[in-house]
Design a protein around this ligand. Structure first.
Ligand SMILES: Cc1cc2nc3c(=O)[nH]c(=O)nc-3n(C[C@H](O)[C@H](O)[C@H](O)COP(=O)(O)O)c2cc1C
Ligand SMILES: Nc1ncnc2c1ncn2[C@@H]1O[C@H](COP(=O)(O)OP(=O)(O)OP(=O)(O)O)[C@@H](O)[C@H]1O
Ligand SMILES: [Mg+2]
Length: 517
């Protein structure tokens, strides 16, 4: 069988593994369901074209296994499986004709449905039952979240099994398969289209645009030359971004940024992950330094915590913080060790699974070579559908950002300095951090006892709701120190002056907390 032979003769280990896994899923489906009870959902797109040839190969391998014989090449071109195509008047004519032509070439009994997916399937299943439908859904597709290779149809849909043999295939895998097996595909992919929806929501991918020397006509390179598969849908109009955290905007570069609330405040929480910090073996310096840095760019710190190296502990802490802070910074527990559970904790708190991220894997491969990559690299598994990679030329590996959670890899203050600088530089090109006017603070020292000072301070808290007052002593014998914090210089000065009179206090330092660099 020509597909099977082309893959086996290629030197592409990764593609061979993907092919074996996909044809295994297909053969299991053929073992589970009778041939008449399964259908193939085909729409002429690249993913379903790949699936068609995998189905042909899987069907051929299944027949070989069942009949313990090699039927040879005689009729392996034909795969007369029930094939459903939801034809729409807004489909590209090229897609339509490719679908029809391919069905003829491979003897697919095409059933055309001219209604929406759900009611079309209801009518179809009523007429003649279908137990399982093969789909070309891949991780990264908006509708792939939560699906497995075998996923029952969702609630409210007629009952059938969705079989997704190429769920774990990347954009690169799809094109490697098409090119290795020399498969015919829809001509639109040679004109720069990388994922195809309707004529109203799909244009060629701008990342493939080449400037014409005459400047007259835009030209596009073929889809297989797109290097960053995560931008496959860049040519498709976005439906909505409802899952984005409130106050977070998605920018044209794909990176989300936060905007201050009406009060001009941005809040942050810092979470350290580490059993060693909790039991006092290691003293955490990254957390306090990060708090200072955030404070220095005008952010309001609302929480700092240390949690165990345990997926549930991380997930619970993030769950508690992600709604109450504009940004949550997480560090510790990142890497390949058994205790490195931070990324899994983030995924769990958002209810998504970890999925291979090809781009991240590429960075890791540059950094640590092939020793740890293999067919599936655990470290390259990132929370599905919510991850953005924050690139900076000074970072060997991009920082991971999942909605409003930023995962830092720093293990000490020097490394934090570097990551922080990169985050700030990304900020200037609309990255995740926004610089706010710095907070101003004044410190007063009073000889009064706590009991004497308390009612006076309480009155001032009511009078100056826009300022924050903190009190501490270096020791029980040292004087009480009052720290006034606010954004408005005049208000801070006014409160300091009034408090000095009432508390017989003296001002001993005036700090304008600005970014030290
Ligand atoms: C055969 C078939 C079965 C589907 N089953 C489901 C389903 O069980 N649950 C669901 O939410 N969507 C289902 N869908 C809809 C898809 O999730 C998705 O909306 C569709 O592939 C179109 O993708 P698009 O909106 O990106 O064009 C199904 C679609 C097809 C073609
Ligand atoms: N109109 C349709 N008719 C039949 N099946 C469809 C239709 N639209 C989507 N599907 C099924 O859903 C799968 C996922 O659709 P999707 O658009 O992501 O992939 P594709 O069309 O194969 O490739 P591309 O991403 O390049 O458009 C398809 O592979 C196919 O199995
Ligand atoms: Mg498509």
């Amino acid at each position: 069988m020509e597909i099977d032979r082309a893959i086996r003769e290629s030197n592409d280990r990764r593609l061979q593994t993907k092919y074996e896994n996909a044809t295994f899923v297909i053969q299991r489906a053929f073992a589970l369901y009778a041939f008449e009870e399964v259908a193939f959902s085909f729409n002429g797109g690249k993913d379903s074209t790949v699936l068609l040839h995998l189905l042909r190969a899987g069907h051929h391998l299944h027949k070989e296994e069942v009949h313990c014989s090699n039927e040879g090449e005689t009729n392996c071109k034909s795969c007369p499986m029930r094939t459903i195509y939801f034809e729409s008047s807004s489909a590209f004519p090229e897609i339509n004709s490719f679908t029809y032509e391919t069905a003829t070439t491979y003897n697919l009994p095409l059933e055309i449905i001219r209604s929406d997916f759900k009611s079309g399937l209801e009518a179809l299943l009523q007429k003649k039952p279908i137990k399982a439908i093969f789909l070309g859904t891949r991780i990264g597709d908006p509708n792939a979240v939560g699906q497995e290779q075998f996923s029952p149809s969702s609630k409210g849909w007629p009952p059938f099994m969705r079989v997704n043999p190429i769920l774990d295939w990347s954009y690169r895998d799809v094109w490697a398969f098409i090119l290795t097996c020399k498969i015919q595909y829809c001509s639109l992919y040679d004109q720069g289209y990388t994922s195809i929806g309707s004529i109203y929501d799909t244009v060629p991918n701008a990342l493939l645009c080449v400037s014409d020397s005459t400047g007259n006509k835009e030209k596009f390179r073929p889809a297989y030359l797109l290097s960053d598969g995560r931008r496959e849908r860049a040519g498709r109009a976005k439906k909505s971004s409802s899952s984005i955290h409130e106050g977070v905007t998605v920018l044209s570069n794909g990176v989300s940024s936060v905007a201050p609330s009406a009060s001009g405040i941005l809040t942050a929480s810092v979470i350290a992950v580490g059993d060693e910090i909790l039991c006092g073996i290691v003293e955490d310096q990254v957390g306090p330094t990060l708090c200072k840095k955030l404070h220095s760019i005008g952010w309001t710190m609302v929480h700092s915590a240390v949690v165990r190296n345990d997926v549930d502990s991380v997930a619970e802490e993030i769950e508690a913080r992600k709604h109450s802070s504009n940004m949550v910074f997480l560090f510790g527990g990142v890497g390949p060790m058994h205790s490195d559970v931070s990324v899994a904790g983030v995924a769990k708190s958002f209810g998504v699974r970890l999925a291979p991220d090809e781009e991240f894997e590429e960075y890791l491969r540059h950094l640590i070579g092939d020793q740890c990559t293999g067919d599936r690299n655990e470290m390259a598994q990132l929370p599905e559908g919510i991850t953005e990679l924050l690139h900076h030329e000074k970072l060997p590996v991009p920082l991971i950002k999942c909605q409003n959670i930023v995962i830092l890899t720093s293990t000490n203050v020097t490394e934090l300095e570097r990551e922080w600088d990169c985050l700030l530089e990304l900020t200037s090109s609309s990255g995740p951090l926004v610089r706010l006017p710095p907070s101003l603070s004044k410190q007063l020292s009073t000889p009064l006892s706590d009991i004497e000072a308390a009612p006076i301070v309480s009155k001032f808290i009511l009078e100056f709701p826009d300022l924050s007052i903190g009190c501490y002593r270096k020791s029980r014998l040292d004087p009480l120190i009052i720290n006034i914090l606010g954004k408005d210089q005049k208000r801070v000065d006014m409160m300091a002056e009034k408090l000095c009179q009432k508390l017989q206090a003296s001002e001993f330092s005036t700090l304008s907390v600005t970014d030290p660099r």
